[in-house]
Design a protein around this ligand. Structure first.
Ligand SMILES: Nc1ncnc2c1ncn2[C@@H]1O[C@H](COP(=O)(O)OP(=O)(O)OP(=O)(O)O)[C@@H](O)[C@H]1O
Length: 304
């Protein structure tokens, strides 16, 4: 018998992104249907179109309430469903199908479909913070600078997967010019050049780079994680620290913990930002604020 905090989820909506990942979605739909039927659950489906999905999903949820909504796609689909559910009582589940799947990894959600589907009946409910970055919703990580540029190029290109990301990152690194940032938080002010500026509600990118170690999705604060310009010779050491949970050890990193921040780039009226894996251009200054405990998420049970 599950604890009362985790009621049985009978009607599950799956939001499917037909173009994410390399998996046949017709077969996936049949797998989900069968899995749920065998366990006495009802599965229904909503397909994203790439056009006003947030508005369409909100209308669908208002007309057809369900006990949980699973995002079956990459980080963009997880963030879309998270935004539609934020502030409400219906929890988000994630079936990771994208290239990175950062939010699902941060939550410890299994990366294999049948294992992730276990969360339809065996889960722990988490209530996490979300962010507003320049008025846009973010559940996971947003950034300005180098990674935002790589994500934009990746988005514009046809190739998917971690290999394509690494190839683009290597090409862009050669001529990359760090910008100057002016950052005011509710705690402090910092100004200087930065290779990248990450606005982190969570810990880890889909690439497994740990940009914000030892912080929680539900700690009521976020971090601005700065990587300052570094000489080429320092790159391997820096990467090593980023992959080994040692962000603060490097000479080229610093973190600002806060609840509110304003980020400007002197001389620039707008700036490229990636938010939960999707690139966009935002007017400066970019205002960031936290919405504490605003999203319910199905994570693996503590015993998993
Ligand atoms: N039917 C569709 N046709 C074209 N694009 C779509 C469709 N549905 C969603 N999209 C677009 O897919 C993007 C989100 O993709 P998502 O992040 O879920 O998967 P992915 O890109 O494969 O994963 P990752 O970001 O991990 O590489 C959004 O830009 C969205 O507009």
């Amino acid at each position: 018998m599950p604890p009362t905090a985790c009621p049985t989820l009978r009607h599950l909506l799956f939001v499917l992104n037909p173009v994410s990942g390399d998996i046949d979605k017709t077969e996936l739909e049949a797998t989900i249907r069968r899995y749920c039927r065998e366990r006495g659950r009802r599965a229904t489906f909503f397909h994203t179109s790439g056009n006003d999905d947030l508005g369409r999903l909100r209308s669908h949820l208002a007309a057809h309430p369900s006990d949980a909504v699973f995002a079956a796609g990459g980080d963009g689909t997880a963030s879309l469903v998270a935004e539609a559910l934020a502030g409400g009582a219906t929890p988000l589940g994630i079936i990771p199908l994208g290239s990175g799947n950062g939010l699902s990894k941060d939550l410890g959600i299994p990366q294999e479909v049948e294992q992730a589907l276990r969360l339809t009946w065996d889960y722990q409910l988490r209530i996490v913070d979300t962010l507003r970055v320049g008025g846009r919703f973010s559940a996971h990580l947003a950034d300005l600078g180098f990674n935002a540029l790589v994500v934009e190029r990746f988005d514009q290109g046809g190739a998917r997967g971690p290999g394509a990301y690494v190839r683009i990152a290597t090409q862009e690194y050669v001529n990359y010019q760090p910008a100057i940032y002016h950052i005011e938080t509710d705690q402090q002010t910092w100004e200087g050049p930065a290779f990248m500026v990450t606005i982190a509600n969570a810990n880890t990118f889909g690439s497994n780079v740990i940009i914000n170690p030892d912080r929680e999705l539900d700690d009521g604060q976020f971090e601005i994680c700065l990587i300052e310009p570094f000489p080429n010779l320092a790159a391997p050491g820096l990467l090593y620290h980023l992959y080994t949970n040692d962000f603060d050890v490097s000479d080229y990193t610093r973190r600002l913990s806060c609840r509110r921040a304003r980020i400007s780039v002197p001389g620039q009226a707008e700036v490229l930002v990636q938010i939960d894996g999707e690139p966009c251009r935002l007017p400066t200054p970019v205002e960031v604020e936290i919405d504490p405990r605003s999203l319910r998420i199905l994570g693996p049970p503590a015993s998993a």
